[in-house]
Design a protein around this ligand. Structure first.
Ligand SMILES: C[S@@+](CC[C@H](N)C(=O)[O-])C[C@H]1O[C@@H](n2cnc3c(N)ncnc32)[C@H](O)[C@@H]1O
Length: 223
């Protein structure tokens, strides 16, 4: 898994824009808003990849805040560092399933398109909840499977045929046939909300956007 992300790091941003018609930036902005950070806040972006969500968090906390973007792929972290010329974010190697941060160290933790890759989803979400202070926020942005036509039909064609074909063109068929299968394995919106609640988060809510293909979940760490 880690090797796969190292391999695709170079084409990852372009592929995202192609596959989402550029909408992924807007979804990350909404995820950053749900973290409810203010100036001076401390935030962690888990499975940060090439770093766009961490950079959106850095905008919200300003110069007095602190944002850490962590990932277990050095290839992805290298891309993120290149993007962040002014060094607004601390880019750190970390496994989402065993975060090297103390309890309650952050005001919010986010994960964008990463939770679906966790080999143990409950543990990954529990780790995010652990490192956030009581009253702070945990936000999960993820692809979800639409239930109703016509989106469910479009989704099946897009994900099962178009995305793997683009992956073949990009020279990495394995990585981009992995994407649809990882989405299908991932719980639907209710199931993911239950995982957040199971990690001790309260006031768990979700928003579906892009016709039900994208889910934004957020919860608050119990006081
Ligand atoms: C699809 S990319 C998403 C990157 C980024 N968050 C975004 O919004 O574009 C998934 C990322 O999750 C990372 N990842 C998957 N499992 C992980 C784990 N257990 N610990 C740390 N990073 C992980 C991968 O290395 C990859 O960079």
């Amino acid at each position: 898994m880690r090797a796969m992300f190292d391999r695709i790091a170079g084409v990852y941003d372009v592929m995202n824009s192609v596959m989402t018609a550029g909408l992924h930036h807007r979804w990350r902005e909404r995820a950053a808003d749900l973290a409810q950070l203010g100036p001076g806040g401390r935030a962690l972006d888990v499975a940060t990849g090439t770093g766009d969500l961490a950079l959106a968090l850095a905008e919200r906390v300003g110069p007095d805040g602190a944002v850490v973007g962590c990932d277990f792929s050095e290839g992805m972290l290298a891309r993120a560092r290149d993007k962040d010329a002014s060094g607004r974010v601390a880019w750190e190697w970390a496994d989402a399933l065993a975060l090297p941060y103390p309890d309650a160290a952050f005001d919010a933790a986010t994960v964008g398109f990463g939770a679906r890759n966790f080999s143990d989803l409950e543990r990954g979400i529990a780790e995010m909840a652990r490192v956030v202070r009581p009253g702070g926020r945990v936000v999960v942005l993820e692809i979800t499977t639409p239930q109703k036509p016509p989106l469910s039909t479009f989704f099946a064609v897009w994900f099962d045929r178009v995305v793997p074909a683009i992956g073949r063109l990009a020279g990495d068929p394995d990585a981009y046939s992995y994407l649809p299968s990882s989405v299908r394995r991932f719980p639907g919106p209710e199931g993911l909300a239950a995982v957040l609640a199971g990690a001790g988060l309260v006031d768990v809510r979700w928003i579906l956007t892009a016709g039900g293909i994208i889910a934004l979940h957020a919860g608050t760490v119990a006081a």
